[in-house]
Design a protein around this ligand. Structure first.
Ligand code: PMP
Length: 434
C-alpha cells in the first residue's frame, strides 16, 4: 500500500472548509487524491506518487498537462489583460475558428461551462418554437441545471423502459421542473416514436449526447442519429447535440462530423481549451439570430475571456495540425488499449469488457458492452469500484465509472505500463484479493 500521509492530512483539512471535501460532486470517486503537479499524461500527488492520468481533467486536457502551446499562449495573453468584458481579438478569432469547425454552425457564443451552454441552447430552442417541453434520454447528462439534471440515473421510481418517468437527481431541485421534461430510452426508436406521437407538438428540443459517455461509452451509429434528425424535422423540434464531451475529441467537427448527422444547435466545451474554462454553443443562423439585440437573453461576466479564448485557439490549432493527426493518434491509442484490456479480462476470465470509439472508452462490469442505458443497471458496480481503486493504488487513474480519456500526451510507455498494471490488478480481482 502506498504511503498517503500528506494526502490524507490535506484531505482532512479540506473536509473542514470545503463542503464535502470535494470541489465538485463529480469528484467523489477520487476523494482523497491530492494532486500537486501534472506533466503530459502524468500527475503527482502530495506524497510524491505518480499516476498515469486517464481522467485528463474530465476530458478537458486533450493535449495533456501543461502542454506547451497552451501554456505559451496563456503566458503571452496575460501580458495584455485577463478579460475585457468587451469584444477582443481572441474572441473574434475563436468565433471564426469554431464556426468553421462545426457543420451545424453559422454562428456561436461562448460560456464558461458546458452547463451554461446547455441552458442557452435550451432557451433558444424554446424561444424559436414557442414550446416549453424538452425531450431528453435517460442516462444522458447535460450539466447540473435544475431544468435538465433529470433522469441521468434510473431508480426504482423510473417506470417502464419504454416510458421512463422524469426523475429529479437531487434534493433541492423543484418538482415543477419535471412538468417540462419528457424522458425517452436511448437507442429505442419505436419507444421514441410512441412518445412523440403523444408529445411531439409540445416539444421544443430534443437534446442528447450523440456519442453518450456519461454512463459508459455507447456508439449507436449514424443511422440511429439520422432517424432522430428525421423525427425532429417531422415534429418541428430543435435537435441539440450536446458535444461537451465529443466535441474536439472525436474530431474537429465532433460527433456531427464523425457520424455525418447535422443538428440544429450544438454545445461544446472541455477538450476545446486545454484545461481553461470555456464552453459554448453554435448553430444555424435562424436560431442564433434570436440573440441579436438581446431578443433572447444569454449573459455571462466571463464569456469569451481572453485567457480561455487564447487557450482554445492554441488547442484547436494544435489539434488541426497535419490534417487532424492528433485525432488519428488518440483513436489508435484508445483502440489498442481497449483491445489490450479485453484480452486481459478474457485471459483472467473476468466479467469485464472495454468498448468505445477510442478517444474516450469505457470499462464495463459485464461480459458484453451495453446497447442501452438500462443494460448498465445489471452491471456489477462493486466489481468496477474494486477495479477503480486497485488501479489507483497501482498509479493508474481512471474515472470511477470506468471511462478513460485519451490525450495526445499518452504514448507507448503509458500503454505498456497501463496494460502491465491492468494485468496485475486483474489477477488480484480474480483471486478476490483486491
Ligand atoms: N454536457 C455533457 C455531455 C457533459 O458531459 C458535461 C460535463 N461532464 C456537461 C454538459 C456540463 O459541463 P460543465 O461541467 O462544463 O458544466
Amino acid at each position: 500500500m502506498r504511503d498517503q500521509q500528506m494526502s490524507q492530512a490535506a484531505t482532512r483539512r479540506l473536509s473542514k472548509v470545503l463542503a464535502g471535501g470535494i470541489g465538485s460532486g463529480g469528484r467523489i470517486d477520487h476523494r482523497g487524491l491530492f494532486l500537486t503537479e501534472g506533466t503530459g499524461a502524468r500527475v503527482t500527488d502530495a506524497d510524491g506518487h505518480g499516476y498515469i492520468d486517464y481522467m485528463m481533467g474530465f476530458g478537458a486536457l486533450i493535449l495533456g498537462h501543461r502542454s506547451a502551446p497552451v501554456v505559451d499562449a496563456v503566458q503571452a495573453a496575460l501580458g495584455q489583460g485577463t478579460m475585457f468584458g468587451a469584444a477582443c481579438p481572441a474572441e473574434l478569432e475563436l468565433a471564426e475558428r469554431v464556426v468553421a469547425c462545426w457543420p451545424c454552425a453559422d454562428m456561436c457564443r461562448f460560456t464558461s461551462s458546458g452547463t451554461e451552454a446547455v441552458q442557452a441552447a435550451l432557451r433558444l430552442a424554446r424561444a424559436a418554437t414557442g414550446r416549453d417541453k424538452v425531450l431528453k434520454f435517460e442516462g444522458h447528462f447535460h450539466g447540473w441545471g435544475d431544468n435538465i439534471y433529470v433522469s441521468v440515473k434510473a431508480s426504482v421510481h423510473s417506470g417502464l423502459n419504454a416510458r421512463p418517468h422524469a426523475l429529479r437527481m437531487t434534493p433541492g431541485q423543484p418538482e415543477t421542473v419535471l412538468s417540462d421534461v419528457v424522458v425517452a430510452p436511448w437507442n429505442d426508436l419505436p419507444a421514441l416514436e410512441a412518445i412523440l406521437s403523444d408529445h411531439g407538438r409540445d416539444i421544443a428540443a430534443l437534446i442528447l449526447e450523440p456519442y453518450p459517455t456519461n454512463n459508459g461509452c455507447m456508439d449507436s451509429g449514424a443511422a440511429y442519429l439520422q432517424a432522430l434528425r428525421s423525427l425532429c424535422d417531422r415534429n418541428g423540434i430543435v435537435l441539440i447535440f450536446d458535444e461537451v464531451v465529443s466535441g474536439f475529441r472525436l474530431g474537429l467537427s465532433g460527433a456531427q462530423g464523425h457520424y455525418g448527422v447535422t443538428p440544429d444547435l450544438c454545445t461544446f466545451g472541455k477538450a476545446m481549451a486545454g484545461g481553461m474554462p470555456i464552453a459554448g454553443f453554435a448553430g444555424k443562423r435562424d436560431l442564433m439570430a434570436l440573440l441579436e439585440g438581446n431578443q433572447v437573453s444569454h449573459l455571462g461576466t466571463y464569456n469569451s475571456n481572453a485567457i480561455s479564448a487564447v487557450a482554445a485557439l492554441a488547442t484547436i490549432d494544435t489539434l488541426a495540425k497535419d490534417d487532424g493527426a492528433a485525432f488519428a493518434r488518440i483513436t489508435k491509442y484508445g483502440r489498442s488499449l481497449t483491445d489490450g484490456f479485453n484480452e486481459i479480462f478474457r485471459r483472467h476470465n473476468l466479467p469485464l469488457c472495454a468498448d468505445g470509439l477510442g478517444p474516450v472508452l469505457s470499462i464495463f462490469a459485464a461480459a458484453t458492452p451495453p446497447e442501452r442505458y438500462r443494460d448498465t443497471l445489471t452491471h456489477d458496480a462493486a466489481l468496477l469500484a474494486r477495479l477503480h481503486q486497485a488501479l489507483l493504488a497501482e498509479g493508474i487513474w481512471i474515472f470511477g465509472r470506468g471511462n478513460l480519456m485519451i490525450g495526445t500526451a499518452h504514448g507507448p510507455a503509458e500503454m505498456d505500463e497501463t496494460l502491465e498494471k491492468m494485468d496485475r490488478v486483474a489477477s488480484t480481482l480474480t483471486n478476490g484479493k483486491s
